[in-house]
Design a protein around this ligand. Structure first.
Ligand code: GDP
Length: 417
């Protein structure tokens, strides 16, 4: 009996040991799967190069076989994020379709930043130099009367400079002209004061790189029709031209057309796009986009968001959730608000809704080519307290340029480039 129960105890001990070993091995394999160590390494697409094209082909193969490795990895993380978020977390319906690679066609090489600035210089001035001419015409009169200064201010207001900035420019120009007397140079004075009105302590540089190996994450917000999708496509080209790898997140899941449009932009320059089914949770797409960006060692992830304005509380909740969920993996380095320059003061009222909903770090002013009222740049900066970082100057794929206040003011004053 004694030796019989001894054998049973040994057998039981062996079974327990085997079970424990099995659990350890399973656990380690699971961790390797989640951290992506079980996946073959992926190359970040450096678009415009042979390496970029290689990345795209790898994606096509993965795409055909179902969700990509990046999306699978993100799926595991997302489940964790869901738990961490509790009731406020990602909805079960928020599954994404993974990362859709740029497919097939020839990859374009976008125009380099310096070249586009030179090319777009004239357009920055365009018909807006009429403003500078009108202001200088007043200032060149002898013995400026009260009516002359009223006309000066009226001209600024008509160009959408805004009441507060117009008054400031008027007061400062008048004071300077008084001090300088007969020796005053109206053009130089006006140039100096317009530049002062455009001065900002904030940097105009786009924060497109994250620290410690994380990608820079750029959130793009704005009302539908402002040129948001176009801006994201063109910003991707600007980044690619600067040598950065880019991944786009189509988190405007309310309009299937927006994701298709983004995919088309991505395809042209070999930039992958993370997207979800129409109506899926935008925050889940944003999460997957950042996860894929980390997985692929991408420099910059640019995330599109929905621009519906029908309910401010909804908009706030949605943008806040996208920001919070995306930031679980890498900090948001930039939140750009896209504004249509042709909408004037109306556009500014809409803009305020967004600045209240999310912490905006910079403005993209589109369709500046479509308005003679260049003063809107001054009003936007002053009234929103945010720097204009990029300007859209046409409908072409590379008609987006970093904003340069000196070029702009010289354009207004009709100075020859
Ligand atoms: P979204 O609804 O905000 O995503 O707007 P879209 O990106 O679809 O742009 C709306 C329209 O504005 C399109 O026809 C664009 O070509 C046009 N657009 C965007 N940016 C500019 C710009 O800087 N200049 C001009 N002239 N048109 C622009």
């Amino acid at each position: 009996m004694g030796s019989g129960s001894g054998i049973w105890l040994i057998v039981l001990g062996l079974v327990v040991a085997a079970a424990v070993l099995g659990l350890i091995v399973y656990g380690l394999a699971g961790r390797a799967r989640r951290s992506g160590r079980g996946q073959p390494p992926r190359s970040a697409p450096a678009a415009g190069t042979a390496g970029g094209a290689g990345g795209v082909e790898a994606d096509q193969a993965a795409g055909a076989a179902g969700p990509t490795a990046a999306a699978q990895t993100a799926g595991g993380e997302r489940a964790e994020a869901r738990q961490a978020n509790g009731a406020g977390g990602l909805e079960p319906g928020g599954e994404t379709e993974g990362v859709v690679a740029a497919s097939g066609g020839e990859i374009e090489v976008p125009e380099a930043p310096a070249s586009r600035l030179r090319r777009l210089r004239g357009r920055l001035a365009g018909s807006k130099s009429a403003l500078g001419r009108a202001l200088l015409a007043v200032l060149s009169r002898d013995q400026l009367t009260r009516e002359d200064w009223d006309e000066f201010e009226e001209t600024l207001l008509m160009a959408d400079v805004g009441a507060a900035a117009s008054e400031q420019i008027l007061e400062r120009v008048r004071a300077a002209m008084r001090v300088e007397g007969a020796g005053a140079d109206p053009a130089a004075t006006l140039r100096r004061e317009l530049l002062a009105a455009l001065e900002t302590k904030a940097s105009r540089t786009i924060a497109d790189r994250g620290g410690q190996g994380a990608p820079g994450v750029i959130l793009v917000v704005g009302v539908n029709g402002s040129g948001k999708t176009t801006t994201i496509g063109r910003l991707a080209r600007l980044e690619v031209a600067a040598g950065n790898s880019v991944l786009l997140g189509a988190a405007d899941t309310f309009r299937a057309a927006a994701a298709d449009q983004l995919a088309a932009w991505g395809e042209r320059v070999g930039v992958p796009v993370a997207r979800g089914p129409e109506g899926s949770d935008p925050a889940a797409v944003a999460f997957d986009a950042v996860a894929a960006g980390i997985d692929r060692q991408i420099d910059t992830v640019i995330i599109d968001t929905a621009g519906r304005l029908h309910n401010k509380a909804n908009l706030m909740a949605e943008l806040e959730k996208i920001r919070r969920v995306a930031a679980k993996q890498a900090p948001i380095t930039e939140t750009l608000l896209v504004l249509d320059a042709t909408t004037g003061q109306n556009g500014l009222t809409q803009a305020r809704v967004f600045t209240e909903a999310v912490e905006v770090t910079g403005i993209v002013l589109t369709k500046l080519d479509g308005t003679a009222k260049g003063g809107i740049v001054i009003a936007v900066q002053r009234e929103l307290g945010l720097p204009v970082k990029l300007v859209g100057l046409g409908e072409g794929p590379d008609d987006l340029a970093p904003f340069d206040e000196e070029l702009f003011v010289d354009g207004l004053l009709g100075a020859k480039p």
